[in-house]
Design a protein around this ligand. Structure first.
Ligand code: HEM
Length: 516
């Protein structure tokens, strides 16, 4: 009988082909690849299932495992078949900020999990990123941001009214929701020109914040099994929605809201009566081709801008407020500084106060910016890394173009040579008098990243921090059922995630602080 024989031999050929392919892959990745000399666990070099196990099964622990690997193997480690991690603060700029003439792309595989591929942050190629970035830069200069003072102060006053009401009613406040709402209102108005008042509805703020956390909670699964999103998006919405976790469904609704905003802006003709905003500016820019102004692209841009401009500032704000409430000594020093400078009211003036800005820096350091490893790919140059292994004994590695190279904020921000007792919140470390130490610490701050892809919203985030840290000092509050593990970096879901199931930072308002 020919048919079973054919089937049997096809199965045998298929099995042999797979075995041959896997053997070649193992041989290449483990021994022949130009990365084969780089130290690290053999399993990590052979398969990305190694990373997947730490990211998905444990979960979101690979970044901590990589730190352990560096302790064992040294400053350069091969952490996946095509991925090299370098733990060396003095090498950060070579990876991320090499200067003019050097191209640094993003790694498409690592970048697609957030689903904002055509945004500035989603741009893979160096040149495309630069073009999109140039269109946005004018909105984010320190001068432009200083014009937002009245708006920031008005929002801060609304926030203080909430604190006063909570004191009157004896209500426990969720500070994570409050800072989420504050940052969301600010970035929304800046993006679209119209006012959002999430601060007036803290229940909705809680739903939205937990939805964003749920979406972030899925980034590792999406990173390793990106086809899940492709399948659910390809299905009719009513079927796809049933297969998608609730937070993600709400995110789809959130994106539809953004799409409506964008379509409204694109549907209007430029007019002097219109409030200008980032997206009216992009619509009217003569420098951008029509493809860069499509509704889909601008939706991606607005989604990234709104999410990044809301969630990351919220994390730094709650980290700062938690530590101020947990450390009366730090709070007392901040109050002393503010009462010595009663006329510092604008963000720019507050940012000049040394202790307040040390608190901000320390909050950013322990919030870790983007916690994932955020790799760069050099498309056209090899990277050479040399380190000392003994007295006058150096080892050099050549990392070929196309390799995914990274460090992580965890590695740098907890480097004991830069930040002794790295897990402690110590603003004083930013007030040292040794300028060389200070310069090295500042250079090693990766909370906003370095180089051409540095956070575009950095000045806005720091203005929000300055105004709200001053507000924090004006109120006596007591933490409510909140511990360090509600703000600590315990899981890497693209940004820090504290203990799973944390309700956020909650506090009771005791009253206005008399001296301020
Ligand atoms: C404490 C607050 C913030 C932190 C820690 C933070 C952190 C970061 C980091 C680390 C990056 C670099 C990402 C990369 O390498 O791909 C980034 C990029 C970005 N951030 Fe922020 N961010 C904050 C606030 C903001 C705000 C307020 C906005 C919006 C107004 C914003 C909008 C963006 C955008 C659009 C990008 C992409 C920039 C580019 O690729 O050129 N961020 N942010």
């Amino acid at each position: 009988m020919a048919t079973p024989f054919l089937l049997q031999s096809s199965a045998v050929i298929l099995a042999w082909s797979i075995a041959a392919y896997v053997s070649c892959l193992v041989l290449y990745r483990g021994w022949l690849s130009p990365l084969a000399r780089i130290p690290g666990p053999k399993l990590a070099a052979l398969t990305s299932w190694y990373e997947c196990y730490y990211d998905v099964a444990l979960p979101a622990q690979y970044v901590f495992k990589v730190k352990e690997m560096h302790a064992k193997y040294g400053p350069i480690v091969r952490i996946a078949p095509n991925d090299v991690s370098i733990s060396d603060p003095d090498f950060v700029d070579t990876i991320y900020a090499p200067g003019a003439g050097h191209r640094r792309d993003k790694d498409h595989e690592k970048n697609k999990a957030l689903g904002v591929d055509s945004s500035v942050g989603g741009s893979i190629a160096h040149e495309l990123h630069r073009k999109r970035r140039e269109a946005l830069n004018p909105f984010f200069s320190p001068q432009q941001i200083s014009r937002l003072d009245p708006q920031l102060n008005a929002k801060a006053a609304q926030l203080e009214a909430l604190l006063a009401n909570a004191k009157k009613d004896g209500e426990v406040l969720n500070l994570s929701d409050i800072y989420f709402a504050f940052s969301n209102d600010v970035v929304h108005q800046y993006c679209f020109g119209d006012k959002l008042n999430l601060l007036a509805d803290l229940q909705l703020a809680n739903i939205r914040r937990t939805n964003v956390a749920a979406v972030l909670g899925s980034v590792k699964v999406m990173l390793h099994f990106g086809w899940i999103r492709d399948v659910t998006q390809a299905l009719p919405r009513y079927i796809g929605a049933r297969m998608t976790p609730p937070g993600v469904v709400d995110m789809i609704t959130f994106r539809e809201g953004i799409r409506t905003q964008i379509e409204r802006i694109l549907g209007r003709k430029p007019s002097p009566d219109e409030t200008t905003s980032i997206f009216t500016h992009l619509r009217d820019s003569p420098h951008l081709p029509p493809s860069e102004k499509s509704a889909q692209r601008l939706e991606d841009e607005a989604t990234l801008m709104t999410m990044a401009g809301t969630y990351s500032p919220m994390l730094s704000l709650v980290t700062a407020h938690y530590h101020l409430l947990a450390s009366p000594v730090i709070m007392a020093k901040l109050r002393d500084e503010l009462s010595a400078h009663p006329y510092a009211t604008t963000a720019a003036q507050l940012e000049q106060l040394p202790y307040l800005s040390a608190i901000t820096l320390e909050a950013h350091r322990l919030t870790f910016g983007l916690t994932g490893r955020n790799p760069r790919v050099c498309p056209d140059e090899a990277i050479v890394y040399t380190h000392e292994v003994g007295k006058d004994d150096f080892r050099t590695y050549r990392i070929p173009p196309g390799t995914s190279i990274s460090t992580s904020t965890l590695l740098v921000h907890t480097d004991e040579s830069l930040f002794p007792e790295p897990w402690k919140f110590k603003p004083e470390r930013w007030l040292v008098t040794d300028q060389a130490v200070l310069a090295r610490q500042r250079r090693s701050m990766l909370g906003f990243m370095r180089g051409p892809r540095t956070c575009i919203g950095m000045h806005l985030a720091n203005a929000e921090m300055a105004i709200l840290v001053a507000v924090m000092a004006r109120w006596n509050m007591r933490l409510y059922e909140t511990n360090l593990d509600d703000v600590e970096f315990l899981h890497d879901y693209h940004v820090i995630c504290p203990k799973l199931g944390s309700k956020g930072v909650r506090a009771e308002v005791l009253g206005h602080h008399v001296d301020l």
